[in-house]
Design a protein around this ligand. Sequence first.
Ligand code: FAD
Ligand code: NAD
Length: 469
Amino acid sequence: MAEYDYDVLVIGAGPGGYVAAIRAAQLGLKVACAEGRETLGGTCLNVGCIPSKALLHASEYFDAAANGAMADMGIDVAPKLNLDKMHGQRLDAVDGLTKGIEFLFKKNKVDWKKGYATFQDAHTVKLGDETVTAKDIVIATGSSVTPLPGVDVDNSKHFVVDSTGALELPKVPKKMVVIGGGVIGLELGSVWNRLGAEVTCVEFLDEILPGMDGDVRKESRKIFKKQGIEFKLGTKVTGVSVKGKKATLTLEPAAGGDAETMEADCVLVSIGRRPNTDGLGLDAIGLETNQRGQIETAHDFRTSVDNVWAIGDCIPGPMLAHKAEDEGIAVAENIAGETGIVNHDVIPSVVYTWPEIAGVGLTTEQAIEKMGDKAKVKVGKFPMMANSRAKTNHEPDGFVKVIAEAESDRVLGVWAIASVAGTMIAEAGIAMEFGATSEDIAYTCHAHPTHSEAVKEAAMAVQGKPIHM
Ligand code: FAD
Ligand code: NAD
């Protein structure tokens, strides 16, 4: 009889966990995946990437019809919002994709263990009444919304919601306040702004989208403002109270000063996410978390406990589905005795607003800091206004920026604001993985007319020689 029930047990079936489970099974290992949620796919498929993109896509069409973009192209329409149907197509997308993972588990013979797992020892977890043992265990428990002290979220009442509640509002609020000018605030704020809400975004820092390139942060705020989103920067929310059908927020300047109040019909709390590591019984295996509650791992995703591994949102790094997926593949390969590697320097990030905002590698500020001297960094920038396809499609906003090391010309980072920036950034990622120079991108033939020609032109601009500017 085998010493353990499974070769590998993965805890959590989000993009990190389900991918790790499938890859481990593909490599010939006997695998189970524990998931406490009713459906597979984790945050991403159930309440994250997929439902938010379903609403972003649909609301983009509504906005184009309602706010003149279609009329500009000779299509006169007077759209009428059917919010129930819009939610219906969101739920269909979630249903189809989560069932798709169920199918993939069956196809790859991954056993789905239903319930929340707690460690008993380094090879044993308990899920309800069931005990499961495995030679190797992968923690892929993801993350949850960070609460804001003084603010009680109640998604069922729709007045003060988190991202999950903001995906399910039964009607368009008249006035919505978004706490946090990060990715969730801007994506979900955009959805409800397009559908008719007056949206104000309150951000603690002096600029939105922390972590992104400085130019990109400034320019994108200007674009959102043109779309009707108001911003209160350098401001923190200290409390929210609900009376009747109104929420009242108390705000204070981040640097200190007099408090003010603001009313809203709906408040979205989107100030970040924190790792799901409580309740896993990590004490039972002597595994400690860092100050942020994350599990630290070596580069091969092994924790300080030899047969226990960790990936995705519960370990340090950006909380992104594709980062979790790549770590899922790598950890399975490492467990199987192969060499699984993730290059954390080349993880693209995309904000799926209109236009999209995307970047990979270093920001200009980080590049200058890393090189220690502004003169050691060269930047080429090309406006979407001068890109023939973007101009023809009535999408003039944004730019592409290529950041290269001055001496070697090696690309250090690429940033873009463009209608399809999320798709355009993939070529920058590949170029950087292959150690490309800006000249390599500039001399690569790009199809015409495409938005991606702006990447080529921005690369040409690094040497000061773009054609269409
Ligand atoms: P998760 O997806 O969080 O999955 C972890 C799973 O583990 C959960 O299903 C949980 O129920 C389960 N679990 C936890 N503890 C236990 C336990 N003890 N036993 C059993 N099961 C357990 N990222 C992008 O890259 N692109 C996007 O467009 C994007 N949009 C987003 C939009 C929103 C509104 C949100 C909230 C997030 C978004 N993200 C996006 C982030 C993305 O969802 C996460 O980075 C990603 O889901 C992390 O994957 P994971 O596998 O690490 O964890
Ligand atoms: P975030 O970290 O992106 O942004 C949170 C923002 O809230 C920050 O700008 C922060 O300065 C601000 N803030 C914090 N406390 C505040 C306060 N008291 N008052 C006002 N502002 C305050 O977090 P998020 O938007 O909640 O997203 C969580 C995670 O989910 C992110 O790490 C992101 O990577 C992931 N996500 C990714 C995507 C995507 O890839 N398109 C989409 C959604 C979410």
